[in-house]
Design a protein. Structure first.
Length: 431
RNA sequence: GUGGGUAUAGCGUAGUUGGUUAACGCGUCAGUUUGUGGCACUGAAGACCGUCGGUUCGAAUCCGACUAUCCACCCCA
């Protein structure tokens, strides 16, 4: 039988690294909570229209990257991002009728049919937050603070925060016209994609990597000069608050987000450590989205953080692992039928008390059992044979130090071992 | 969707100008007298050399297609 393989662009997270994922997720949860965000959990698939309406009909994500599946009489789409579904859930459950602002976070996987590459998967995991109800730039600073706190406390290096304002629909229209006017005379010289972009989304021209387009675009008009007074003031106040919080940033007028819903503030945390896909975190304000999805006109903003990219960055920077798997604490080594029964029962007693304990299920010799205990990193072992059963005493061996102590095999055993485990854990922390 | 690189045991690799039983390290399993792991030693299992087709007396080796994978474009987290 041929072996079935996992689909292209997906990953298995194996026992060796799941501890690290758990640690990361735990850290994200507590940090989000400290910042006033509570978890929301939403379905993996939604009605396709939610994304075409929310993310934008013309975006690449909607046009060519969605996994749309039909089941029976309906068709659904696997979420390509978290914002649309989260806003939908908030509206459907009336969260915007509660005290504002509403702050929610989520950890979920997203699906996009792209060609996989470094830092880009077809199923990837995202931590994201959304804050709804405030139009104040302080809200923007509040959200960026959380992203910044996460990245700095994880010890990620070589990350820069880039911010920009792409204005409200009004200023953007003016800017688009200015851009078209600027580039039109050079249209023939532009690369093929840029010729298309000129029509579809002229702001993308500024982001092109082709040297010719770059050269032509050098003196192109800058969005920041086209912002209306309101958007300009918003951006200025955001910058002031970032400075107030001691968050370093640079203004990058070339940042353009590919999802249609963004307005005013957009930002990215970018690293150079993981190849071409260096955006670890991206987000911004989307004041029009909630209304677009049929809710009351409500300003909001949020960000998404790619967890694979985050871990990839930490690994490439040789950061200390976030967590090591917790080992087995006591491995019982029985010799003989009777002892095996006793060891089996004893291991169960330990497990009921929350102590991770194992014993032989392979029918192995003493020597082989000791080797196995060593390989799985067991902290302690204890051999139990006929002598031990008779004397009611057994020798506990510390596998790290080789130290041996004799313990009574009566009712006091579990409690006594519990104390030893605590002492060992404390000792480990000191190392 | 468009480029380019790569494809040999679970992992990492070797395989000389096509030539007979495809090699090595790590890992796995068993053992080195049922009384204590790490080191060492002995042995074993494990590969239709990515798939299909072609050239040839003969292909892991040359050619083609496909698939997977990696990197980049595009796009985004």
């Amino acid at each position: 039988m041929a072996l079935l393989k996992r689909p292209n662009g997906t990953e298995d997270i194996l026992p060796g690294s799941s501890a690290e994922w758990q640690a990361l997720e735990g850290f994200l949860r507590t940090t989000a909570h400290i910042n006033g965000f509570e978890e929301i959990r939403i379905p993996t698939f939604e009605q396709t229209e939610l994304f075409s309406r929310g993310v934008g009909e013309t975006t690449d994500v909607v046009q060519k990257e969605m996994y749309t599946v039909s089941a029976k009489e309906s068709t659904f789409t696997l979420r390509p991002e978290g914002t649309a579904g989260t806003i939908r859930a908030m509206l459907q459950n009336g969260l915007l009728n509660e005290a504002l602002p509403q702050r929610v976070y989520y950890i979920l996987s997203c699906f996009r049919h792209e060609r996989p590459q470094a830092g880009r998967l077809r199923e990837f995991h995202q931590f994201g937050v959304e804050m709804a109800g405030s139009q104040e730039p302080t809200a923007d600073a509040d959200v960026i603070f959380l992203a910044n706190q996460i990245i700095t406390e994880l010890g990620v290096k070589d990350v820069e925060l880039h911010i920009n304002s792409i204005g409200c629909p009004k200023c953007r229209r003016n800017y688009h016209n200015a851009l078209r006017e600027f580039f039109l005379p050079h249209k023939a010289e532009l690369c093929e994609t840029c010729q298309e972009r000129l029509d579809k989304n002229p702001m993308r021209l500024l982001d092109c990597k082709s040297p010719i387009c770059k050269e032509i675009g050098k003196d192109a008009p800058v969005i920041l000069d086209y912002l209306c007074d309101d958007c300009k003031a918003h951006f200025e106040k955001l910058k002031k608050h970032l400075e107030l919080l001691g968050i370093e940033y640079s203004v990058d007028p070339k940042i353009v987000r590919g999802l249609d819903y963004y307005t005013k503030t957009v930002f990215e945390f970018v690293t150079t450590s993981i190849g071409a896909q260096g955006t670890i975190c991206g987000g911004g304000r989307y004041d029009g989205l909630i209304e677009q999805l049929g809710g009351p006109a409500t300003p909001a903003l949020g960000f998404g953080m790619g967890l694979e990219r985050l871990l990839l960055t930490l690994h490439n920077q040789n950061a200390e692992s976030l967590a090591e798997p917790d080992p087995c604490y006591l491995y019982l080594v029985p010799m003989g039928e009777k002892a095996a029964e006793e060891a089996f029962r004893l291991a169960a007693d330990l497990k009921r008390e929350g102590i991770s304990a194992q014993t032989d299920v392979m029918g192995r010799s003493l020597r082989a059992q000791m080797k196995y205990a060593d390989k799985i990193g067991a902290r302690f072992t204890m051999v139990i044979g006929d002598n031990e059963l008779e004397n009611g005493e057994a020798v506990l061996k510390n596998m790290r130090t080789g130290e041996k102590i004799t313990m009574k095999l009566d009712d006091s055993f579990v409690e006594a071992f519990f104390d030893i485990e605590i002492a060992d854990r404390l000792g480990m922390e000191e190392d």
